[in-house]
Design a protein around this ligand. Structure first.
Ligand code: ATP
Ligand code: MG
Length: 555
């Protein structure tokens, strides 16, 4: 864990200095997603970082769709991003912006550059531009169109706007320095011709600005002070600064880069997630095995757990991967005291209490959460026929097995001691029924101290049990064998989804609504699946098991 999490992180240090020196009076940050896919955990980090800084400094946080490239953008993605940012609690108030609403100002900025002799229309093809650009060790060559007159450039650029040229035949380039050691400064393309319909502006434009030109202008128009982005833009910062300076903004925004968040064992890149969705390998962008925000929400993660995770990760300048187990740690910590702990049997086998009255059902009072009395009590029905977990019974147990086996006595959680007096098997050797006797003296909550047992198991009364499907997940990528196969395809874990169709739950679960989450005692945390669960056919996702390999490092 970086030190920055304890003291102020390096971004806050920059802001402190800027405020002290009077470079800015108030702080404004933004989250600028491109609506070309769903947001993932990495974006959550960026959202909470930007929002957190604005909040901490009493400033503003903008949500801006960076929708300057009509090829891949869709309204579906705009809607999902809005929902995700709101769910995370990053409040942008009334500051929801679309970069495409600034196309006019961007066009004017380009005209201004042309008039200053700082931009020119170039007829080289994309391949030629690449050839002329040079390499890291060799300077580039100037375009033969570089010295067109301002008048000619103005006319050609207007013609570009008016649709007189085919896609790819002309571009507008900044006139900077073909010998610059930074390739981004070698007369970068700032506008291209693209006859495409835009999701917001329709067919109004057939020229579109390039990211490196558009982004600083968007920030400047909105009065963003600190434009926080990821490390791959570090080499673009000189161009960012060039644009705000040459276009002439009075209060230029400042770009600051930090390292992207990567998680081990999961697919974080939008490109790869898209592949999994498009190839039908997962059940949509919100498949609970993914780490899109929509998937995390569906799986049962909470905004609080994601905030905790982002805080633990800290902010850094050096690239690293975080263990998925840390995210699991955060959701366990968040749900531990907040959620009821109730009984669910995932792989049921029948248990009959031979000495319990045939038709009797009694209602036992059981704590919702032993560690948090504020959640109160619930009634749990108990009867002669119960279900227990198949793995909680063994005919021939090994040493140190303290659960049920012939002759052994265990506590049925919240109920009575029962002793195994026999069992039945079918012709394949599978146990079909276990017989016990119970001791009425041992009823929980009566202060019985007569004797102790070593094992406690959970159970559900047969007559009142609620039926459910439970889905268990593992990471979709088996990282021990590498993320990719030799042919470049993703190395998928064939066991990433296990569906258990015959789970039996105590009746208090019947009320469960989509996104409700619970601890299933001894099993883990589970959440009602919002997509597939029905009132009469409950479906639960396992968020996380109870066991953890993750230890919080000492501060
Ligand atoms: P991806 O690489 O997953 O396709 P992207 O960077 O193309 O993501 P954008 O919509 O352009 O996605 O990103 C919006 C913001 O989120 C940017 O400021 C970007 O730097 C930030 N961001 C993207 N991925 C991560 C990540 N893994 N960790 C932190 N911030 C990220
Ligand atoms: Mg991007």
């Amino acid at each position: 864990m970086e030190k920055e999490t304890v003291s102020r992180n390096f971004i806050e240090q920059i802001i402190d200095k800027d405020l002290a020196e009077g470079s800015y009076e108030t702080i404004c940050t933004r989250f600028p997603p491109e609506p070309n896919g769903y947001l993932h955990i990495g974006h959550a980090k960026s959202i909470l970082l930007n929002y957190g800084i604005a909040k901490k400094y009493g400033g503003k946080f903008n949500l801006r769709f960076d929708d300057t490239n009509p090829t891949k953008e869709k309204t579906e993605f705009v809607d999902s991003i809005l929902a995700d940012v709101k769910w995370l609690g990053a409040d942008f108030e009334d500051r929801l912006f679309f970069a495409s609403n600034y196309f006019e100002q961007m066009y004017e900025a380009a005209v201004k550059l042309i008039k200053k002799g700082k931009a020119f229309v170039c007829d080289l093809s994309a391949d030629e531009i690449r050839e002329y650009r040079g390499t890291l060790t060799e300077p580039g060559k100037e375009s033969p169109y570089r010295n067109r007159s301002i008048e000619e450039n103005l006319e050609l650029f207007e013609n570009m706007k008016n649709g007189m040229y085919e896609d790819g035949t002309k571009v507008l380039r900044a006139k900077i320095d073909m010998a610059s050691p930074n390739i981004n400064m070698r007369d970068p393309v700032i506008y291209r011709v693209a006859h495409m319909t835009h999701h917001n502006t329709g067919d109004k434009w057939c020229i579109y600005p390039m990211y490196d030109f558009a982004h600083p202008i968007e920030d400047a128009i909105e009065g963003v002070t600190h434009s926080i982005c990821t490390l791959e833009f570090e080499d673009h910062r000189p161009l960012y600064d060039w644009v705000v300076r040459e276009v002439g903004y009075e209060h230029p925004p400042k770009q600051i880069e930090f390292a992207k968040l990567y998680l081990t064992n999961v697919v974080t890149g939008k490109r790869y997630i898209k592949k999994l969705v498009e190839q039908g390998i997962v059940d949509g962008w919100d498949d609970p095995r993914l780490v899109t925000i929509a998937a995390l929400k569906r799986r049962g993660f909470t905004p609080e757990s994601i905030q905790m995770f982002v805080d633990l990760c800290g902010i850094s300048k050096s690239q690293s991967s975080v263990d998925y187990a840390m995210l699991e740690y955060c959701i366990r910590e968040d749900l531990k005291l907040k959620r009821p702990r109730m009984m669910a049997v995932l792989d049921p086998v029948k248990l009959v209490i031979d000495n319990y009255p045939e038709d009797q059902i009694e209602y036992l009072d059981v704590e919702m959460n032993l560690e948090n009395p504020e959640l109160g009590m619930r009634k749990v029905p108990f009867g002669r026929e119960l279900y227990i977990e198949r793995e909680d019974f063994m005919e021939n147990p090994p040493k140190k097995y303290f659960r049920l086996f012939p002759g052994n006595e265990v506590l049925l959680m919240g109920a009575y001691f029962v002793k195994c007096v026999g069992f039945e098997k079918d012709e394949t050797g599978k146990v079909t029924e276990i017989h016990c006797t119970y001791d009425p003296e041992t009823k929980c909550g009566t202060g019985f101290t007569g004797r102790k047992v070593k094992g406690t198991i959970h159970w559900v009364a047969a007559k009142t049990a609620v039926h459910a499907q439970v889905r268990l997940y593992e990471n979709i990528i088996d990282e021990t064998k590498g993320v990719y196969n030799e042919d470049g395809s993703l190395n998928l874990n064939p066991n990433s989804l296990t569906v258990l169709d015959n789970c039996l739950l105590e009746p208090a679960f019947a009320e469960a609504k989509p996104y409700d989450s619970f601890q299933f005692v001894r099993q883990g945390y589970f959440c009602v699946d919002a997509k597939d669960s029905k009132e009469d056919a409950l479906v639960f996702n396992r968020i996380v098991s109870l066991k953890s390999s993750f230890k919080l490092p000492k501060a």
